[in-house]
Design a protein around this ligand. Structure first.
Ligand SMILES: [Zn+2]
Length: 281
């Protein structure tokens, strides 16, 4: 579990992602092979036709050769349903994979509207692997602020390496942006343009700078020590030793803290054990 290894890998992932975004070709890689000349058996005498031979020949037809791969060796299908199981490789579970792309407006049908504090163009869709409660890899989706993608991919890479389980990871739009319904379904989600709980000001979720993780195992607790979701009652107190639970000072809290994200479990008064936000609140 070397930290530097994660960092390097994550940087590589992000670098590729940035390249992908810059090339405006994200999400289209599945169709790319069709546009490339089949590399099969070049004739021995070979008049070099290849667009792939680097820069030596006559008029290279494509001046901007796209990056040959998307993100990681085992890129998953980004449009697969949220609880789709990722096929394991013959040697074990697939590597962590994350893809960052712009969010089509229609994916935010319920969670974004005009007047929200952040425009859709500042949000990003992260499609990535996570480890499930069923002890299998899955593909999930999160929407976050574009300024948060690096942090989130880095932390979730670590969670995956730890096999730290996440119950479900779908956009809150799958619940019509109803926070209560998403929590009741134990869904991990981030962006949602809504006010803070019990307040008229925007939540950090409205900026895509907050995330709620396993909200059943990590409930929101009122000052009287109870929560509003009955299915979470056995998780009202800390510490709790159970899968997917975040406890004070544990490695999940530390992983977020290292990126400047604060845990709602440290708030005084009410506790929000599921909640991490960039810079607090
Ligand atoms: Zn939250």
């Amino acid at each position: 579990m070397s930290g530097s290894r994660f960092t390097i890998r994550t940087r590589a992932v992000l670098a590729t992602t940035v390249g992908c975004l810059a090339a405006a070709s994200c999400g289209t890689t599945a169709s790319q092979p069709a546009s490339q000349p089949a590399p099969a058996a070049p004739p021995a005498t070979s008049a070099p036709i290849s667009a792939s031979s680097p820069a030596t020949d006559v008029a290279a037809p494509e001046p901007t050769a796209p990056e040959p791969t998307t993100v990681t060796p085992t890129a998953v299908t980004p449009t697969a349903g949220p609880s789709t199981t990722v096929s394991p490789t013959p040697t074990g579970p697939p590597e962590f994979s994350a893809k960052v792309s712009r969010v089509p407006r229609e994916r935010l049908e319920y969670s974004w509207r005009p007047g929200c504090p952040v425009p859709v163009s500042d949000l990003r869709l992260i499609t990535m692997t996570y480890w499930g409660f069923d002890d299998k890899p899955h593909t999930g989706e999160l929407v976050v602020n574009k300024a948060a993608t690096d942090d989130i991919v880095s932390v979730f890479h670590r969670l995956y390496e730890w096999r730290w389980p996440i119950y479900k990871m779908r956009l809150v739009d799958a619940y019509k942006a109803d926070d209560y319904a998403s929590i009741d379904a134990d869904n991990t989600s981030a962006f949602n343009c809504r006010p803070a709980e019990g307040s008229s000001s925007w939540s950090k979720h409205a900026y895509g700078l907050a995330i709620d993780i396993n909200p059943r195992e990590n409930p929101y607790i009122y000052t009287n020590g109870t929560g509003s979701h009955k299915n979470a009652s056995k998780f009202f107190k800390r510490p709790v030793r159970a899968p997917g639970v975040i406890n004070p000072g544990d490695r999940v809290v530390k992983a977020f803290q290292q990126k400047g994200w604060e845990w709602g479990g440290y708030w005084s008064g009410i506790k929000d054990y599921q909640h991490f936000s960039k810079g607090g609140n």
